[in-house]
Design a protein around this ligand. Structure first.
Ligand code: ZN
Length: 272
C-alpha cells in the first residue's frame, strides 16, 4: 500500500504564491535558462531544481561556477537551496504526477539482507531518475521504495502531460532491461494529471526543506499506483486527456480506489 505523502516531520509552508506560480505554472526564465544549460552537461547526480550536475566533468564545471550539492539539502544545489530558504511557500498548479512503486517489497526484503535491499532501492532510483530528468520532470520525493515525479508546465513546458506519458513509458522500458543481481526490478507505475498545491515543506527545526505536492489528484495518483502491476504503467483518463491523445491506452476501465468515492477511469499504457 502506497503511503499518501504526509512528509512525516515536515510541515507545509505558505507564502510567495506569485513566485511559485511562475516557477511551476508559467515558467521562470532564469530557472528555465539554467535547466537548459545544465541538462547539456553530463552527470549522474543533479540538483532537482536546476539540473546542475554534481559529479563527473559536469560537476567539475558547475563547481567552478560556485555550485555544489547543498550541505543541508543534498538533493539541491547551494543556489536552489538558498532559493527555497529565502522564498518558502507554493502555489496551486496544473501537473502530471507519477508514482513508481516497488511491487512485493516485503517478500523481496525477506529474500535478501537489509544492505542488499538498500542497494536494490538505490538501483531502482538510479534506473528511473535519469529518465525522469531527460523527460523534463521533477523528482518530488523518494519515499521508502517509491519514487514520486511531477511534470508542472512551468517546469516541463506546455506539453508537460505528453512528456510525462513519454517519460513514464520510457521508465517502464528502462526497468525491463535493467537487472539487479540477474533479475529485473518489479515496479508498478501510475500516471495521473490534475491540479495540486506544489510548494516547500520544512523539517522540524527548519534545517531541511523539500518540495512536496498536496491535494486530491496527488491522492488519486498514489492510490492508482497500488493497482499498477509490476512492469505496468497505469494511466488515468485525465492524464490521457491532458496529453491530448485519445489512444494511449487501449483498455480503459473503472478502478475503485480506496478512499475515493467515484471510480477512476484508467488503463494500461501500451505505447506513448
Ligand atoms: Zn540548483
Amino acid at each position: 500500500m502506497t503511503k499518501i505523502p504526509q512528509m512525516g516531520e515536515f510541515t507545509k509552508e505558505d507564502g510567495n504564491e506569485e513566485l511559485w506560480y511562475q516557477v511551476f505554472q508559467l515558467g521562470h526564465p532564469v530557472l528555465a535558462g539554467k535547466q537548459k544549460r545544465f541538462s547539456m552537461l553530463p552527470g549522474r547526480t543533479r540538483c532537482k531544481m536546476c539540473y546542475a550536475p554534481f559529479t563527473g566533468i559536469g560537476g567539475w564545471i558547475t563547481k567552478r561556477m560556485g555550485l555544489q550539492a547543498s550541505s543541508r539539502n543534498p538533493f539541491f544545489c547551494n543556489a536552489c537551496d538558498g532559493f527555497l530558504n529565502a522564498f518558502p511557500g507554493g502555489a496551486e498548479v496544473d501537473l502530471a504526477i507519477m508514482f513508481c512503486d516497488l511491487r512485493g517489497s516485503v517478500a523481496l526484503s525477506e529474500s535478501m539482507t537489509p544492505k542488499q535491499f538498500k542497494e536494490l532501492i538505490v538501483f531502482m532510483r538510479e534506473t528511473i531518475i535519469p529518465v525522469l530528468w531527460r523527460s523534463e520532470g521533477f523528482v518530488l520525493q523518494f519515499q521508502g521504495d517509491s519514487i514520486i515525479g511531477v511534470w508542472p508546465p512551468g517546469f516541463s513546458g506546455k506539453d508537460y502531460a505528453q512528456k510525462a506519458v513519454d517519460g513514464a513509458f520510457k521508465m517502464s522500458k528502462a526497468l525491463e532491461t535493467a537487472t539487479f543481481n540477474g533479475q529485473t526490478v518489479p515496479v508498478g507505475i501510475s500516471l495521473h494529471a490534475g491540479r495540486a498545491y506544489l510548494g516547500t515543506v520544512a523539517s522540524v527545526g527548519n534545517d531541511l526543506q523539500e518540495v512536496s505536492a498536496f491535494g486530491y489528484d496527488v491522492n488519486i495518483a498514489a492510490r492508482l499506483s497500488d493497482a499498477a502491476e509490476a512492469g505496468e504503467v497505469l494511466i488515468s483518463e485525465a492524464a490521457i486527456n491532458a496529453a491530448g491523445k485519445q489512444n494511449h491506452a487501449v483498455d480503459l476501465h473503472p478502478f475503485a480506489l480506496k478512499g475515493v468515492e467515484t471510480p477512476i477511469q484508467a488503463g494500461h499504457l501500451l505505447r506513448p
